[in-house]
Ligand binder design. Structure first.
Ligand code: RIB
Length: 294
């Protein structure tokens, strides 16, 4: 079975809960503050590992207590950290999250994540024909471009979650095997085209996540819709990451795309029932039980 290699961001999430989101220039009194491991790359790695994927994380943390805590968290979740670099005199990435009015808003400070770069030789050592690569956009775009180009030349599958939203070089879109924007990211990436038009253009490749409505993709014949499950929402942070980690697990196990999406939609729906990006990520057994009742 292929191993899932997540090349991406690793952060500490600094989470404030509040009844009200402050407007520009406004101060509000919050309810609580917690620090929990996060970062889209790290979240996807932990999600995949909880679902019994074989997962290697590739990224950077700073030489600070956040970095140490996060490395321990990976190890507790069974994620291989051999290729997580600790950058001396740098701080770990942070995400500053306000949970208010049933949604989150996030400011990411990249810090050590800016140093996720490779020489061609390093990539050759990291990746082989047993790799399935998972990428997001919280590391330098040049690295994303280099990895997708390298993987295409070697026939290594790549799942790119294009979040947070930013313009992508067209060749990156062509080179990846799977692309998983949410509706907003999809509109930003394919300006002027409707979601349906883009789905038709990229059958069995583009999967558009639509939050509480589920996921849509085109199977070559028609648009398929996999509905979301009903969930008791505590915190939606990390739901997209759980979807991507779970999708990678199901795809390396050779499930067909619709079955893989169904598995990932259930995992993602369950993840919103706990606090923090990783707090609600389900185990394999829990997803299988829930799938039986969908
Ligand atoms: O996708 C959720 C993640 O985005 C959070 O954990 C936070 O780190 C931000 O990067």
């Amino acid at each position: 079975m292929k191993r899932i290699v997540v090349i991406g961001s690793i952060s500490m999430d600094l989470v404030v809960t509040s009844d009200k989101r402050p407007q520009a220039g406004e101060t509000v009194i919050g309810d609580s503050f917690r620090t929990v491991p996060g970062g889209k790359g790290a979240n996807q790695a932990v999600a995949a590992s909880r679902l019994d994927g074989t997962v290697q994380m590739v990224g950077c943390v700073g030489s600070d207590p956040f970095g140490q805590h996060i490395l321990q968290n990976f190890t507790q979740h069974g994620v291989d950290v051999t290729n997580v670099r600790v950058i001396r005199d740098e701080v770990t990435g942070t995400a500053h999250i306000v949970l208010a009015e049933a949604d989150n808003s996030i400011v990411v400070v990249q810090s050590a994540n800016k140093q996720v770069t490779f020489t061609e030789e390093e990539l050759e050592k990291l990746l082989d024909d047993q790799s399935f690569v998972l990428l997001q956009l919280e590391i330098p775009i040049e690295t994303v471009r280099q990895v997708t180009s390298y993987c295409q030349s070697k026939g290594i599958p790549v799942l790119l979650n294009p979040a947070p939203s930013q313009p992508l070089p067209p060749e990156v879109i062509e080179q990846v095997t799977y692309l998983t924007p949410n509706e907003h990211e999809c509109r930003d990436l394919f300006d002027g085209l409707s979601v349906d038009e883009v789905l038709e253009r990229y059958p069995n490749k583009l999967l558009v996540t639509e939050g509480a409505r589920g996921v849509r993709f085109h199977d070559g014949q028609s648009v398929r819709h996999v509905p979301a499950i009903r969930a008791n929402v505590v915190d939606t942070t990390g739901a997209g990451d759980t979807f991507n980690g779970a999708l990678a697990v199901a795809l390396v196990e050779h499930n067909d795309l619709e079955a893989a999406v169904r598995f990932a939609v259930v995992a993602s729906g369950m993840s919103v029932e706990g606090f923090g990006a990783q707090g609600g990520m389900p185990t394999r057994q829990a997803v299988q039980q829930r799938l039986e009742h969908v």
